[in-house]
Each structure stands twice: as structure tokens, then as C-alpha cells.
Design a binder for this molecule. Sequence first.
Ligand code: NAD
Length: 366
Amino acid sequence: MQFISRRHAVKHLAVLGTATALSPGLLACAKSEDKKLGIALVGLGNYATIQLAPALQKTTYCELRGIVTGTPEKATKWQKEYGIQPVHTYDYSTFDRLRDDPAIDIVYIVLPNFMHAEYTIRALEMGKHVICEKPMGMNVEECRAMIAAAKKANRLLQIGYRLFYEPHHLELMRWAQQPHEGRIKLMETSLGFDMARPGLWRIDPKMGGGGALMDLGPYTIQAARRAAGQNPISVRAQGFLDDPDIYKGIYGTYTWQLRFPDDALCNTTASFSAYVDRYHVAKGHHFMELKPAFSANSKMVLRDWDGERSLPCAEFQQATQMDAFARNILDGAPVVASGEEGLIDMQIIGAIKQSIETGREVEIKY
Ligand code: NAD
């Protein structure tokens, strides 16, 4: 692949255990250049602070090396806490200088949803690989523009879908697609929190794009698609305005039913008004369930008709996700949580919005 630098190629060889076959000169070079990929976090809010920065202390192939923040006090605090050099510290007016910072290989966009497309595209155009948080963009057009920008720049794009790499989710997906216990007939994937507060950007349609549907919907949609191993063909959706004083232009609770080509059905709730966190897949009387299913750092327990079990997993799901992306860059391998995956989720979200507006079942166009 064009974008793999000599440094990356040398590191990759070393990781594969082939370094012993190299000449002593190249070995010395591999040692001195055996660096992790540098990540710059853009937007030092809750997720970056509580999850991503601690996760980056546990990664094998990447390292927190830069920050972009509009708050000088945060910059000072992060520099001290994580040893970030002032030269790798940016604000939104100096963001484009990242282009000339060779220490930063990956730019991680952790901004409110309405800023995802703009900052992702700018970072790709600067020649950086990009991880963009979910939801990928505000609509299908933005997602397509982000994918096109990655292709044009010959850089990789990952969406912050941490559960794509989570062992319990992978096991549930493996079981769901095993044909010998029958095919999936019914799924329930739901996620909700009591989190709507006045002033929160997530409940502003212009900044969040659609409340819980945009914020929590992607997890539940992916879970259904990944268990089914196929994409839904139609959706019927409902919106509930459970607190009109708080929700303006969005609903507090969204429910929908996805229909798959083989008539499997997934019923979903996404809510900013009440707690729910559940992933249930059933084939006749056989079922597998995760509850809680989607929150980061919850203890995951797989339940089926036979009992329950937990699988070994990383302390931070995000460390596995970021390392997987770094490996994709180093290996030139395709990204699993790709922009194309984000686009499909947005196409389904678009159909859900259309179904609520029309009161009809809507065919999903891909
Ligand atoms: P947050 O509000 O805590 O942080 C947003 C950051 O963006 C803040 O530091 C804010 O100062 C900064 N910002 C810069 N320009 C801004 C502007 N014009 N308006 C508002 N804020 C601006 O939000 P968060 O919870 O950290 O979420 C950030 C992103 O991460 C969202 O897209 C969210 O969906 C995603 N997220 C993903 C997960 C996950 O599990 N993958 C979990 C939480 C959040």
C-alpha cells in the first residue's frame, strides 16, 4: 500500500518475528525506529477524558501524542498528565498545522456529531489516518463525502465502533450465524439512559442530528446487522415525545422494527429518557443474551438456555479498537469498523426518520 512508510514496514517485520532475518544494520534501524503510531485526540470532552486517554495508556501499537482543544487550561492539564509536548498541542485555529507534524499518524475526532464530517475530511486532506466517533456524520451525504475523502487521500478511516472488536459481541455474532441451531427469528437490541438535560448538544437537532436515535441508535443497529450477518431491507419506526419541555425537534424515545431478507425481525428502543441496555438474539427456543450489552467497561456476561459465562477481555474496549486500526495501517489491511459500515448505519437511521415522518414501513436504500 502506498501509505506505509519505511518506518512502519520495518516495525511490521519486527512484529511478525522476521526481524532476525534482517541484516545487523537494518536491525539497528528497526530498534531505533520501533515507535508506536502517534494519535492526536480532537475534542477533550467526556469520552476523550474518561475513556480514550486512559485506554491509550494500554495500547500496544499507538500512543497519545497530540491534543486539539479550545480550552487552554485543559491543554496544560493534559500536557502534565500525559507528557504531551507543547509542540503537539493545537487549538481549533491551528488544527491545520497538524499537516506538518510527523509525530501524529492518526487524528481521532471526538467532537459533537455536527463537526465529525468537517474535521474528518480536513484531517484526511492533511494526509492523516482518521478515527471518527459515532455517529459517523449527520446524514448519508456527509458519510459518503468522508469515504470519498479517505479514498482520495489514500488514508484509512475507522469509525469508533469499539464493540466490533469486543469478545462477547464476537461470540454472540458467531453463535447467531451458526446454521445448525436454526436461523435467527427474533432480536431485541435496546439502549437508553436518563440523560436529557437542557443545553446538552446531543438534544439539539442541529448539533446532535436526532437525539437518542443518532447517539445510541448506531450500537443497536450494528448489533442487529452483525448478529443477522446481513442488512435489513425495511423498517417501521415510532417516536415518542415523553418530555415536550426538554425535547424540541427530536423525540425522547425512539422505537423501531427492522425486517431482514429472511424475515428475521429486530425490535429496538433508543431513549434519552430511561435506562435500558440489552442485546437478545433468539432462534426458536434457543437464545443468547448480553445485558448490559453496549456500555463501555460494563462487565459482560453471556447468557443462554444453558447458563452464563464471561470471556477474557481487555480493560478498555477502545484500546483493542485503536490497536486494531494501527495494525490495519501497519499491515495495509482493510478496516473492520470502516466508513462503509458507518454509512450503512446512517442509511438505516435515515429510513427510521422517514418511517416516523410518514407513519409507514420504509424500504431501506443502500
Ligand atoms: P462532550 O460534550 O463531553 O465533548 C465534546 C467536546 O467537543 C468538548 O470538549 C467540547 O469543548 C468540544 N467542542 C469543540 N467545539 C465545540 C462546539 N462547537 N460545540 C460543542 N462542543 C465543542 O461529548 P462526548 O461525550 O465526549 O462525545 C463526543 C463524541 O464522542 C460524540 O460524537 C459521541 O457520540 C462520541 N462518543 C462515543 C462513545 C463510544 O462509546 N464510542 C461514547 C461517548 C461519546
